[in-house]
Design a protein around this ligand. Sequence first.
Ligand code: ZN
Ligand code: ZN
Length: 215
Amino acid sequence: MTVISLDKPQNLESVMNDITIRYSGPPTVRRSYMYEFLVHCPKCGHCATVTTEQSCDTSSDKLICQHCNHIEKKENLVRYNATVKRNCDNCGKLIDVTIPNNKKKIEELTLACSYCGQVRTYTPKHDIYGLIYKGTGACDPIFHLPLWFQTEIKGETFWAYNRLHLTEIRSYVSAKLRERQTTTHTTMVERLPNFIKAAKNRATIIKAIDKLLKK
Ligand SMILES: [Zn+2]
Ligand SMILES: [Zn+2]
């Protein structure tokens, strides 16, 4: 804690300098920033926003592009493989049928045994999976689209999820004094890769961040 003594105004400037070089950001973890991701729109390539409730229920997770008005919902990317695997009750041979890539669960499946022709209606079992994009580089965890804020720095990929995440990294990198904000957990900034935290890279990283912020 720095105490500013008002009866010694000549010290004020040096004290203020000390404050500006001290990192005093919030003791947040990376997940705190994972509610929003700026990505390259899969339709037009401009900046689009992915938002998530960060819960098991992904039905409200979506992508919105302000540039081309493209909207995509995570729930529309859910697919089911429906499988019937059992022995025919007439001839005893194995029936093993999978109908892949269904947008909805199939309640009932009527099949003819390929050995004896016996027709029966079965209740299939379902495997659920999600279709995702095959973005390269650093991607968002919901749609797997390339993050908007990413750049190469000295052969390493520097990235951030969103503007707040990027500015928080910037204030940490620009601070010369980095005190621990909490002892209960390791914060987002403390977990940053070493090339970002290295003092020798400070100027390069800040320059790269400022360029990204103007993007
Ligand atoms: Zn777009
Ligand atoms: Zn049969």
